[in-house]
Ligand binder design. Structure first.
Ligand SMILES: [Fe+2]
Length: 401
């Protein structure tokens, strides 16, 4: 029988950077056409009779009014906090938390995409900590009090996966960067993914959010955290995205493609929720903080250059992604298969009509240093498979200008 001392030595010789893996829970989700009609019952089951709806407003879609009707029919009263904006800001969170504290609300319901859901998660954290500054929750596992209220997340975009993740991304408006709040207390109590609501996205938003989902899958699979249970949902998401994103974006009446993108974005999020992300997201967070740029578009812009940068760190995992995307890799080395996959990503981006660069979004040479510093320090950079420092980050940014 081996002695523990020897076993330990073996372990320390061979252990990887993150020897202990963490698998993070995701909430129960109702998925399918018409699932939004169950929101009233879901809210009641969570103990809600008077809910605060958090949203960016979804103006012109009629979704908020419809959801309030569904809730009312189930006996749930609701008020609306619609001051959340894309790339939600710290002061919007604090204002929402004040409104929550001022009323007699017994639950939170977010209705919208990632920005809305993230804002709602942060409002819940702040409220549960008696109004503590949202900036104090930046980083990992900062909550030290249980959530006081349930959160029902009704998702309307096929990309961020925030409805099933324990992340909330909030803009620090003094320092102009995005803070990552990573905490199980951010995970919603229950979620709803109804393709009917997702169908209200514009073509552009469908494309951008779909590329966000692709970034989640790629970064989770390539992540140096190596949470292997994330590979299954991530690879499946990649297959679905390559088979459906073009059609879903081009024809907002293609119900099959729209539904598959709902499943894909959720699978990709389940994947990154445990496996983490990489510098596609670090760069997007820096751009979103400084220029308020759309998250999915930033990911689409950075994706090809970052994949090229990372390929040599994990060619075997890029080869897995190539096969998931439908590439016949027989006879190819892993490096060649990875290169073919990156070409396919570039093709998808072009087919979606995405030609924007970081330069088009406002990136200037003079901001490269501060942007690279923020991105290198972003929590997502920890998961990047290839070592990255300030100079390398600066170069990748430059390549995307
Ligand atoms: Fe994302």
């Amino acid at each position: 029988m081996p002695h523990f001392r020897d076993v330990k030595r073996t372990l320390s010789n061979e252990r990887r950077e993150y020897p202990i893996k963490m698998s993070h829970a995701y909430p129960a989700v109702n998925i399918g056409w018409g699932a939004h009609t169950m929101a009233g019952n879901d809210a009641r089951a969570l103990g809600m009779k008077n809910a605060l709806i958090v949203t960016t407003g979804l103006k012109g879609t009629g979704i908020i009014e419809a959801m309030q009707g569904v809730l009312k029919a189930a006996g749930v009263e609701s008020s609306v906090y619609d001051k959340a904006t894309p790339n939600p800001k710290d002061h919007e969170v604090m204002e929402g938390a004040k409104m929550l504290a001022a009323g007699k609300f017994d639950g939170l319901i977010s209705v919208g995409g990632g920005s809305t859901t993230d804002c709602c998660k942060a409002i819940r954290l702040v409220f549960s900590h008696d109004g503590q500054d949202v900036r104090s929750f930046e980083g990992a596992f900062k909550a030290n009090k249980a959530n006081k209220l349930p959160h029902l997340a009704i998702n309307t975009t096929s990309g961020t996966g925030s409805e099933v993740s324990c992340f909330s991304i909030i803009n620090h408006t003094d320092k102009m960067y995005k803070m990552a709040l990573f905490d199980p207390n951010c995970t919603p109590s229950k979620s709803i993914n109804d393709p009917l609501l997702h169908q209200c996205m514009s073509q552009d938003l469908a494309a951008y959010t779909g590329m966000d989902a692709l970034a989640h899958a790629i970064e989770a699979i390539a992540s140096r955290l190596m949470v292997q249970s994330a590979h299954g949902p991530g690879l499946w998401a990649i297959t679905q995205i390559f088979e459906n994103l073009r059609q879903s974006s081009a024809n907002r009446n293609n119900e099959k493609a729209i539904e598959q993108m709902v499943w894909a974005e959720m699978a990709a999020a389940i994947s990154f929720n445990s496996a983490g992300l990489g510098i596609i997201h670090s760069m997007a967070h820096a751009m979103g903080g400084l220029y308020d740029s759309p998250h999915g578009l930033c990911n689409a812009i950075g994706m090809v250059e970052v994949c090229k940068y990372n390929l040599s760190a994990c060619p075997e995992r890029f080869a897995m992604m190539a096969r998931a995307a439908g590439i016949n890799t027989v006879g190819m080395s892993d490096m060649k298969a990875g290169e073919a996959f990156i070409d396919l990503v570039a093709e998808l981006k072009a087919d979606l009509g995405i030609t924007t660069t970081f330069g088009d979004l406002g990136l200037k040479e003079k901001d490269l240093d501060s942007l690279s510093k923020f991105a290198a320090a972003d929590i997502c950079s920890e998961g990047n498979p290839k070592d990255i420092g300030f100079n390398e980050m600066r170069q990748v940014f430059k390549n995307c200008m």
